[in-house]
Design a protein around this ligand. Structure first.
Ligand SMILES: Cc1cc2nc3c(=O)[nH]c(=O)nc-3n(C[C@H](O)[C@H](O)[C@H](O)COP(=O)(O)OP(=O)(O)OC[C@H]3O[C@@H](n4cnc5c(N)ncnc54)[C@H](O)[C@@H]3O)c2cc1C
Length: 413
């Protein structure tokens, strides 16, 4: 018998779970989330969980701030801990132009009612005593952001949505889908589903899934490394959790993970993964690490954080991360296909997932987005782009890391 729902959400990572929870909060509970394996079995399970509030675009920053709020709401409703650590973050300015750009952002944070300050080298040392501030003109400090347990947050969203009446089916891949009877029909491993609306929240799988509909989604996966160190006595001695440091020079983000460091770097020449399609047997596992590729970046991390250099390496995780040419997600309706919505292409899915789920849910329920945010609309890439252009722009956006954007992008987490 065909299962009938108002919305079928495909993909049970942080984004799909966020959409399901957002819809449930608005009273749309004739919904079904379909996940091919266990929840979070794409990129979400191995993400560092960083939830920065720093950004150059007020709308994107709103999504980030709302994400943490949403995770905490889901935690309160579900009882599932999301592991939020409000240790704050420092976005280093490595030259005067960066510091000036950070100063210009202060009114935006004031309007959003988010604590934000631009600080000089002396204050940086007080906030993060292990940082070498030589040559740094200053930094932007967002004291109330931090990091969550990404998997815990996704499960909290799903659990809270289910408590409100939404349904979740795990180990139920969508095999194909298309228009049928004025709505959509999804063929799954467990039978057919008829839906008024379909939300594709399948990250780098979305490209292949949408191709049979004649859609050429501009997103691909890149390899992305993070390094976890052994215990660091200097961190233990601090007596407080060190904030995350985002350094445009490396470019890298380095935060405290238990008593050690967790460092993610953005390679200058990133390596694409699964360009010709995600292997059908891919179960979300990590990819072989390649520390040699990271060396020039790690040298810079060590120059900034000498204690990082003295620590032993405990684990190196290399996982696929999804990118679009401008680093912003594809979030919204597909105008050419009524009832089809995208929530894919998230490079900073933990930072933005909760707020984006709510944004999309409000758009679906109200028929218009809750606020103007054209830089996430799927239609922004409607002009022709060759595969070479697409790959070149994705690689450049990833490699740019935390440098000042020439146009709004979310880029790096
Ligand atoms: C090493 C590393 C560290 C990271 N650190 C951070 C960080 O600190 N902060 C941050 O914001 N981001 C971080 N990211 C990025 C973050 O992991 C992603 O942006 C985020 O997890 C994307 O979530 P998602 O829900 O879009 O996709 P996913 O988590 O990949 O979920 C997609 C889901 O769709 C399912 N699916 C696919 N096809 C089908 C189908 N046919 N039927 C049903 N289900 C299907 C998959 O099984 C999967 O569970 C990191 C990434 C990496 C690789």
């Amino acid at each position: 018998m065909t299962d009938r729902v108002r919305v079928a959400v495909v993909g049970g990572g942080i984004v799909g779970c966020g959409v399901l929870f957002g819809l449930a909060r608005r009273g749309w509970t004739e919904t079904l989330l379909l996940e091919r394996r266990e929840l979070t079995s794409g990129s979400t399970w191995h993400a560092a969980g960083n939830t920065t509030f720093f950004g150059h675009h007020p709308g994107l920053t709103r999504l980030h701030v709302d994400s943490v709020r949403t995770y905490l709401d889901a935690e309160a409703e579900s009882g599932q801990p999301v592991g939020f650590h409000p240790a704050g973050s420092l976005r280093l300015a490595t030259r005067g132009a960066e510091l000036e750009a950070y100063e210009r952002l202060a009114p935006m944070y004031e309007a959003l009612d988010v604590p934000y300050r631009v600080v000089g080298p002396g204050e940086i040392e007080a906030i993060h005593p292990l940082l070498d501030t030589k040559g740094l003109p200053g930094a932007a400090h967002t004291p109330t952001d931090g990091h969550v347990d990404a998997s815990g947050a996704a499960h909290a969203l799903a659990r809270a949505a289910r408590a409100r009446g939404a349904r979740v089916k795990r180990f139920c891949p969508v095999l194909s889908f298309g228009r049928a009877g004025g709505g959509w029909r999804l063929d799954t491993a467990d039978g057919a589903v008829a839906a008024d609306n379909v939300v594709l929240a399948t990250s780098f799988w979305a490209r292949e899934m949408a191709a049979p509909l004649g859609l050429d989604l501009p997103l691909h996966a890149l390899e992305h490394h993070e390094i976890v160190t052994d215990s660091v006595p200097e961190l233990q001695a601090l007596g407080f959790e060190a904030p995350t440091v985002r350094d445009p020079w490396a470019p890298s983000n380095t935060r405290q993970e238990r008593d050690g460091f967790l460092c993610g770097v953005y390679e200058a020449r990133p390596k694409f993964w699964a360009l010709d399609g995600v292997p059908p047997d891919f179960a979300g596992e990590l990819l072989p690490p390649d520390l040699a590729r990271l060396e020039p970046h790690l040298t810079r991390v060590i120059a900034r954080l000498p204690a990082f250099g003295r620590a032993g390496v405990k684990t190196v995780n290399n996982g696929p991360i999804c990118y679009t040419p401008d680093g912003c997600p594809l979030l919204g309706p597909v105008e050419s296909h009524p009832g089809l919505w995208l929530a894919a292409g998230f490079a900073v899915g933990i930072g933005a997932g909760g707020g984006s789920g709510r944004f999309l849910a409000d758009w679906m329920v109200d028929g218009e987005p809750p606020f103007d945010l054209p830089i996430v609309h799927p239609s922004r890439f409607s002009g022709a782009m060759t595969r070479e252009d697409r790959l070149e722009r994705i690689a450049a956006t990833y490699a740019a890391g935390y440098t000042l954007p020439d146009r709004p992008r979310s880029g790096a987490g």
